[in-house]
Design a protein around this ligand. Sequence first.
Ligand SMILES: NC(=O)CC[C@H](N)C(=O)O
Length: 394
Amino acid sequence: MADAALSHAPQPKGATGVLVLADGQVAWGRGFGAVGQSVGEVCFNTAMTGYQEVMTDPSYAAQIVTFTFPHIGNVGVNDEDLESLVEGAVGCVVREDVTAPSSFRSRGEFGDWLKAKGKIGLAGIDTRALTRRIRQSGAPNAVIAHDPAGNFDIPALIKRAQDWPGLEGMDLARVVSRGKYEGWEGGIWTLGKGYARSPRDARPHVVAIDYGAKDNIFRNLDKAGARVTVVPAQTSLEEILALEPAGVFLSNGPGDPAATGAYAVPTIQALLDRDIPIFGICLGHQMLGIAAGATTTKMHQGHRGANHPVKRLFDGVVEITSMNHGFAVDNTRLPDNVIETHVSLFDGSNCGIAVKDKLAFGVQYHPEASPGPQDSFYLFERFVGMLKPETTQA
Ligand SMILES: NC(=O)CC[C@H](N)C(=O)O
């Protein structure tokens, strides 16, 4: 079977998986990972490494990730390259069949791992054609389905994709947020040493609100010298203040930032009013923008990859960044108190803001990498450097 592009073709012999778009087009392939069907928005990610981090990033909740890199799964999976244990992408679309893992770090096979996580894989797809479709017409809603016996009810799958309301207006942050308070332990990973142990001396206390966070953010805050307490998305202002934060961190997360107005935005506004230092990443950045009076929009195709150039406006330096977003702060109508600090060199969209007269800033990209370059680790140091250290030991 040749790599399948989108078409209205009938089911070819041997097809055990299919991607069914809401407009009725299908791409037939070979299923792997979990058996079943899942609905979501189809996006594409251009990173050449880091598929395990991508598939465990909760910001991909309700999305089906098309990897443009053709060989996915070939270095297997391990127990270290995880960004979260909560749900992320519902499935992935890849070009080549997953081969036997080849890496000294591998502890398992990608398809088995996806299956254990209930995520569906689909191989044998012309991922270039699918990516071009997304670039031309925007990210479509679709169902990804896997059945080893090859039984697919295509009209029912089309209907499921059509009935799905889509990401716009969808509040997913509170769904994927971890449910309990957690003290954070552990810094960033290095080869041969694993994850660093946090020193126990007095450090500035960061309360990190988990809207679907990637763990490498907390590891980087730890490395930059913070003591980190992770709290759920709907933690009240009073509970946050009772923890006596030196600063508050707003995490990345899935869904539409404008749909978090019932809980996140008012809390962030109140933190701004109290002049508490704030740092937001991706969804956290977008919600900080909304709290300060900006608006967000849904992008045509979004940005997902590990080599996106971003210009830092105050000194012109270009950072190569990791990205995963489908919404953006609208930089065509920023209020006077929101200063644009970074822009995308791909399309000029907003990539960073600072709130005037406050110690509050956010970036649209992922300075924590995982996967991706480490050009922007400095942001964690800048944030923790703004904060007062605790006088007593934690
Ligand atoms: N990685 C993120 O935090 C993504 C934020 C938001 N869900 C978006 O798609 O734009």
